[in-house]
Write a protein that binds this ligand. Sequence first.
Ligand SMILES: Nc1ncnc2c1ncn2[C@@H]1O[C@H](COP(=O)(O)OP(=O)(O)OP(=O)(O)O)[C@@H](O)[C@H]1O
Ligand SMILES: [Mg+2]
Length: 159
Amino acid sequence: MSEPTRTRRLVSPSPEETHALGVKLGELLAPGDFVGLVGELGAGKTHLVRGVAEGAGVAKSEVASPTFAIVYPYEGRIPLYHADLYRLADYEELYATGFVDMVADNDRAMLVEWLDRIPQAAPREFLRVTLRHEGEAARSLEAEAFGARPAALLESWLG
Ligand SMILES: Nc1ncnc2c1ncn2[C@@H]1O[C@H](COP(=O)(O)OP(=O)(O)OP(=O)(O)O)[C@@H](O)[C@H]1O
Ligand SMILES: [Mg+2]
């Protein structure tokens, strides 16, 4: 993996703060943006995605934790795909779900939990957000942009 174009780090002291960060990112997303989420179980990936969905104008009732399917479409002001790669074995299995075509189509913004399971799932340009436990209620957030559009997105999001 090449060096990120832009990197920002911060600590979110509460679930509410993480949600608010997600809302702000959701307001900035455009179709074709790809956001990979990395972090242990309970790190806050889905929590952040719920905020993003709200910011993108998705109805709350639409947002699930992807359990039965690998990828869920959400309709909103910005249409999204929410994917979770946790249960996938390898790239071939991912390919069989149609995920690769969804990335190529660029007609939605994509939020992909457990991207580190199958790093080849990412397109050439993307934003990677890594969440880490910092005690009971705090999480560190590291955002790394690869490419010009993701770097501009990150600058608008976190400066
Ligand atoms: N600062 C914080 N930011 C985000 N979530 C937090 C924070 N502090 C505590 N939490 C809690 O951590 C949990 C995060 O759960 P979440 O489902 O988002 O994790 P996840 O990374 O998606 O895990 P999984 O890999 O199991 O899908 C939630 O219960 C949330 O309330
Ligand atoms: Mg999750």
